[in-house]
Write a protein that binds this ligand. Structure first.
Ligand code: AMP
Length: 456
């Protein structure tokens, strides 16, 4: 069994880990720490919950504490790029925790808060800067920070950076760092586009991996519940009740959807809070605290807001809507079953989302057990005397996007999407009337007319 002292970490770091109650390194830490201490580039394939933050933070801190030098003015010795504010805060907090009694200057830079305090901090120079790409580019453009003295770069959750459209900003940031640097690159999944990015940024990296490429968190039991879109709320409420779910994360695709679901749950007597990009940093932090302290039972989140949420004891994840991007599913369900615990993920899937389900199952190479939600069998409360009307949801509102994310191409509208709008399947109901386009009617008319003339 490998111990932290086998990894030859500086003793002050080992003491801090002991205080944290970490008795032994996790597999990703055992594999990544020695080559990282030796100065090698790392290509780490590890999901959230595997201890990957410490896998890069510990060797970096080891190098900083064993080689103290003057702070670079308006610069940083180490740059960590994170896709979201929450994750950036958590990474910075981990660096602080692991550095124990040694005073390491750590700063964070992300959107949603003022510039001035960040500029002030950067002016004196820092040892570790944890940043989201958008705000860092702002500071680079204004000259508040330079990266020419940065000798260690970390890119965390690279696949999420890609999903959020951050590839261009990241390339621009990396081009400002010295070529002669150490790069630690972590991603939960390794699609071709991420592999290409890694090839461009890393030099003869040591590849360390603790889960097969694109595999989903192994300890999470998963289930799909097929349900029509207008029965999802009722299905969600029932699911939470039936399984007596306590600390539950519910994912929606849009910010508006997150608000609506949280309001509905509150109305149904289930304490809930919403967290998304339209909420201020304060509101987000308050909602997270309330969830951590078990003051609210359910946290309803969008993908971006939920990135990096590190809360022990999330027992259930519910996908109220399936994500369009299959990799996001892996990230979402990885929010439960952290730090060795087991967890369950339920996904409510309506007909319009079957295409997303196919994409997810292809990525994780697992056919997720599925059943028809028993809510489907119950009478619709709002449908008395008007069943057909109840089956047709209101046309969906334009989707809101998260603040931090650059605009991404919308997926092309497909037959399934129009399905989503009407709530009806593509297959024709028996006896339903079809309306042929006028040109087809004309063609048929001409054909039959020709036939009749030939007979005559
Ligand atoms: P991460 O994958 O970095 O998000 O870490 C997931 C969780 O595991 C965090 O709550 C860490 O505090 C915890 N953790 C990291 N390394 C260890 C370790 N060696 N022993 C116990 N817990 C750990």
């Amino acid at each position: 069994m490998t111990t932290f002292s086998d990894l030859e970490l500086a003793s002050c770091l080992q003491q801090a880990l002991e205080r944290e109650g970490y008795s032994k390194p996790t597999p990703i830490q055992t594999k990544a720490i020695p080559p990282a201490i030796a100065g090698r580039d790392i290509l780490g394939i590890a999901q959230t919950g595997t201890g990957k933050t410490a896998a890069f933070a510990l060797p970096i801190l080891h190098r900083l504490v064993t080689n103290r030098c003057a702070l670079p003015r308006k610069g940083t010795r180490v740059l960590v790029l994170s896709p979201t504010r929450e994750l950036a805060s958590q990474i910075a907090a981990s660096f602080t925790t692991y550095s124990g009694n040694v005073n390491i200057r750590i700063a964070t830079v992300f959107g949603g808060v003022g510039y001035d305090a960040q500029i002030k901090q950067l002016a004196r120079g820092v040892e570790v800067l944890v940043a989201t790409p958008g705000r860092l580019i702002d500071h680079l453009t204004s000259g508040a920070i330079k990266l020419d003295q940065t000798d260690i770069l970390v890119i965390d959750e690279a696949d999420q950076m890609l999903d959020l459209g951050f590839v261009k900003p990241i390339r621009s940031i990396v081009s400002r760092l010295p070529r002669d640097r150490q790069t630690l690159f972590f991603s939960a999944t390794m699609p071709a586009s991420i592999a290409e990015l890694a090839r461009d940024f890393l030099r003869e990296p040591k590849r360390v991996s603790v889960a097969p490429v694109s595999s989903t968190a192994q300890r999470v039991s998963q289930r799909i519940l097929h349900v029509e879109s207008d029965r999802k709320r009722a299905a969600l409420k029932k699911l939470i009740h039936d399984h007596n779910m306590q600390r539950t994360l519910v994912f929606t695709r849009t910010k508006r959807g997150a608000n609506r679901v949280a309001q509905y749950l509150e109305g149904a007597g289930i304490t809930a809070a919403a967290i998304h990009g339209n909420k201020s940093q304060n509101q987000r932090e308050r909602a997270l605290e309330a969830f951590k302290d078990a003051k609210v039972q359910v946290l309803v989140a969008t993908d971006i807001a939920a990135r990096g949420i590190d809360i022990d004891g999330v027992s259930h994840v519910i996908n109220y809507e399936l994500p369009e991007v299959p990799e996001a599913y892996v990230h979402r369900i990885g929010r439960t079953a952290r730090a060795g615990a087991s967890g369950s993920a339920f996904s409510l899937c309506d007909r319009s989302e079957l295409k997303y389900l196919r994409g997810i199952e292809k990525l994780i190479r697992i056919e997720i057990p599925s059943e028809v939600s028993d809510i489907a069998a119950e009478p619709r409360s709002q449908s008395k005397g008007n069943a057909s009307k109840a089956r047709i949801p209101k046309p969906s509102q334009p989707k809101q996007r998260e603040n931090d994310a650059p605009r991404r191409k919308r997926p092309q509208k497909s037959g399934d999407e129009s399905n989503h709008r009407t709530g009806e399947g593509t297959s024709r109901r028996p006896g339903a009337k079809t309306t042929k386009p006028a040109h087809k009617k004309r063609k048929r008319y001409h054909a039959s007319h020709k036939k009749r003339s030939a007979v005559a």
